[in-house]
Design a protein around this ligand. Structure first.
Ligand SMILES: CC(=O)SCCNC(=O)CCNC(=O)[C@H](O)C(C)(C)COP(=O)(O)OP(=O)(O)OC[C@H]1O[C@@H](n2cnc3c(N)ncnc32)[C@H](O)[C@@H]1OP(=O)(O)O
Length: 245
């Protein structure tokens, strides 16, 4: 965990943000990950404790992902407050981020237990996307040359990951650095997504391949929406047919 004596922290951070090789054990980055680790611990305690209110969980979530926008004031009953906070992610169990503030989640995202987000660069998850247990979004990569890689003393690089709205990830999916996934995609359990995926397909396997396509016959905003969806406006409404390959 040593970094070069001459390391310029400003230049190191510029390189990190540019997706170039940088040193992850620079003191400022270690401090940011420790902040995030503490925030994750606090969130995970609340999330698995069973007694925290929806508002307490959302506050802990916001701390973890560095969201400083104030929540709307509480309303009289816990049930109404839950509806008011409907757009914030629902997390079932534990979650792990590196920095937290690089993760941007759309409204009404669901994250099942034990998901990992290595957010060196932005990881963006679209609205209403559902993430199964043990999924991993790996936005970090290391040199293939072992001499340059050099264990904990060597440099690494980040790549962004972008997921569209209305996707569903089965359990234990791995998404590799730099991948973009479109809208309305289903990713089968246990898949490793190594390449970009277009809209409205089902992919599965390692490496993930298209196993089905959905033809979108009609697409628009839902005319009638559930009252709990009102914070973010009407949900998307699709009429699709599943096509053979
Ligand atoms: C948000 C949450 O918490 S989710 C909770 C956890 N649930 C899950 O993880 C369930 C995830 N579901 C799956 O993986 C499903 O298999 C789906 C949705 C991807 C596909 O379902 P279907 O369209 O019904 O596919 P179907 O079962 O007909 O399989 C079609 C082909 O794809 C293959 N296939 C299906 N799923 C997978 C998979 N995960 N990995 C590899 N191959 C797969 C099948 O073997 C089959 O191949 P074949 O034609 O050679 O026999």
């Amino acid at each position: 965990m040593v970094v070069p004596d001459t390391l310029d922290l400003v230049e190191n951070r510029r390189r990190m943000r540019a997706g170039e090789l940088y040193y992850t054990f620079a003191s400022d980055l270690v401090a940011e990950r420790e902040r995030c680790m503490a925030a994750c611990r606090a969130f995970n305690l609340l999330s698995t404790g069973g007694e925290a209110s929806r508002r307490e969980r959302v506050e802990a979530w916001k701390t973890m992902v560095g969201d400083t926008t104030p929540l709307p004031p509480p309303v009289p009953t816990p049930e109404e407050d839950t509806i008011l906070l409907n757009d914030y992610p629902v997390v079932e169990g534990q979650v792990k981020f590196d920095y937290g503030y690089n993760c941007k989640f759309g409204p009404q995202v669901y994250i099942n237990n034990a998901c990992t987000f290595l957010d060196i660069l932005p990881i963006t998850i679209g609205a209403r996307t559902l993430i199964g247990p043990n999924c991993a979004f790996y936005g970090a990569t290391h040199p293939l040359d072992p001499t340059l890689r050099d264990g904990t003393s060597g440099p690494e690089a980040g790549k962004p990951i972008t997921i569209g709205p209305d996707c569903w990830f089965g359990g234990s999916v791995v998404v590799l650095p730099g991948v973009t996934i479109g809208r309305g995609v289903t990713v089968g359990a246990g898949s490793v997504v190594t390449r970009d995926v277009g809209d409205f397909v089902v992919v599965a396997g390692n490496p993930a391949r298209v196993i089905r396509r959905l033809e979108v016959v009609v697409e628009g905003r839902a005319a009638v929406t559930s009252p709990v969806a009102s914070n973010s406006g009407p949900s998307m409404c699709y009429i699709t047919t599943v096509q053979p390959l």
